[in-house]
Each structure stands twice: as structure tokens, then as C-alpha cells.
Design a protein around this ligand. Structure first.
Ligand code: NI
Length: 225
């Protein structure tokens, strides 16, 4: 299940991010890749300890905590601090799976149940650079406006198509979800989405209370906290 979360950052925030990133020191993207994915990966990345990455990453996490669609889709237990990448001049990232476990700067392990890419370049700034994610229904191509984010299962194979013009800048990160299983998480998301719609359209319907109880009782069954 791929979920598009619009307007995570405002146009003004995107402009501030872009300005800060333009002055940052970029390194080889293979610094955070595993053995297999290093062979497929060609891009630039900010080092994990970079003050710019830390500062912008904290701003993203602060904003995301107030985005109900993200909270409902990812059910985050722990979020890995966002990293930043830049693709240009033929860069791309061939088909790969992400490492299952990442270690935060304090040494704490994060299981990468859910992957996020927050686009910081607009689609008209570059050609190529689509994020392609495979799921059971086949490949899905994503190229979103700056400030928008895609959420997809950390279990999926995915790739970034080669850039043939311009520059693609994005933040990418992972979270460990309270609900590890993609199928269960997707069911909870669908149920929550339906409840939210019903709450808007028929706020006094007595079945809403029952549906909410079902949601929370499923979460109680499946959540690891
Ligand atoms: Ni990846």
C-alpha cells in the first residue's frame, strides 16, 4: 500500500530547506548502503551526523507528528531521523531492499517497517528520478510535488530511475511501526479512513462507536508497544 501525503511542508518551508541544503556538504550515497544495495546506488547524501541534516530532520519529525494521515498510515513507534539525498547527472538507484534494522545515533535499533520519501524538488525540475515501488499489484511509479511525501512498506523492492535532466532532492527515512505486518497495518488504515469519513458525513450514527471499538480492539490485539 502506497500512501500519498500532500503538503507535509509548505512552499516556504521547502524554500528554506532547499537553501540550507544548497550550502551543505554532500557525500557519496553509498555511505549508508548495505553490501548489495551499494552496487546499485549512485547518488549524493548528507552524512548522518551533519548539523544541517539533523536540524532539517528534526523539523520534519515535528511537523509529521501533527499530520493525522501519517500517524494513521504508519502507526509509528520509533522514527529514524530523516536523511537527505540528491540525484543528478545520470544518478539512479537500482532495484533493492532496504536494511531491516537501522541504528539511531544513540545506538537504538529501529526496524524499518515503513519507508518514507519526502520530495523537496518539484517534478518539472528534473526528468527521470521516479521512485518505483513493487507491491503485489505490480510496480507503482511516484513523482510528487515538493513538500509531498509517499509512505510505502519497508518490505518492498524499490528503485529510483536514472536522472536525465536537472536535480532531484529528497528526504528519506523509516519508522518502526506499532503494527509490524503490512497487511494488518493496511487493514487498520482502511478502517480508520472509513471511520473518519463517517464521522464527517454522519457524526451521530450509533454504529460509529462500535466501529471505533473494533478499530481500537484490533490495534490492542496487534500493536507492540
Ligand atoms: Ni531504498
Amino acid at each position: 500500500m502506497l500512501i500519498h501525503i500532500p503538503d507535509v511542508l509548505t512552499k516556504e518551508q521547502v524554500a528554506q530547506f532547499r537553501q540550507a541544503l544548497a550550502g551543505a556538504e554532500w557525500g557519496d550515497g553509498r555511505m549508508t548502503a548495505g553490501y548489495q544495495s551499494a552496487k546499485a546506488k549512485q547518488n549524493l547524501q548528507l552524512p548522518e551526523g551533519s548539523p544541517v541534516a539533523r536540524q532539517l530532520g528534526e523539523a520534519i519529525l515535528k511537523t509529521l507528528a501533527r499530520v493525522p494521515l501519517f500517524m494513521s498510515a504508519a502507526l509509528p513507534a520509533k522514527v529514524f531521523p530523516p536523511l537527505f539525498n540528491c540525484y543528478e547527472g545520470g544518478h539512479g538507484f537500482g532495484n533493492h531492499a532496504d536494511n531491516a534494522i537501522r541504528y539511531m545515533p544513540n545506538g537504538e535499533a529501529v526496524r524499518t517497517d515503513v519507508s518514507m520519501t519526502l520530495f523537496l524538488s518539484d517534478p518539472d525540475e528534473y526528468d527521470g528520478g521516479e521512485l518505483i515501488v513493487d507491491d503485489t499489484y505490480g510496480p507503482h511509479s511516484t513523482k510528487l510535488p515538493a513538500g509531498h511525501m509517499v509512505v510505502y512498506p519497508g518490505t518492498s523492492l524499490h528503485r529510483v530511475m536514472p536522472i536525465t535532466r536537472g536535480t532531484r532532492i529528497a528526504a528519506f527515512f523509516w519508522c518502526q511501526s506499532m503494527v509490524r505486518d503490512d497487511t494488518k497495518r493496511a487493514l487498520l488504515f482502511d478502517l480508520d479512513t472509513a471511520i473518519q469519513r463517517l464521522t464527517k458525513d454522519m457524526p451521530d450514527h450509533p454504529s460509529l462507536v462500535q466501529l471505533m471499538a473494533v478499530y481500537h480492539n484490533l490495534l490492542r490485539q496487534w500493536a507492540e508497544v
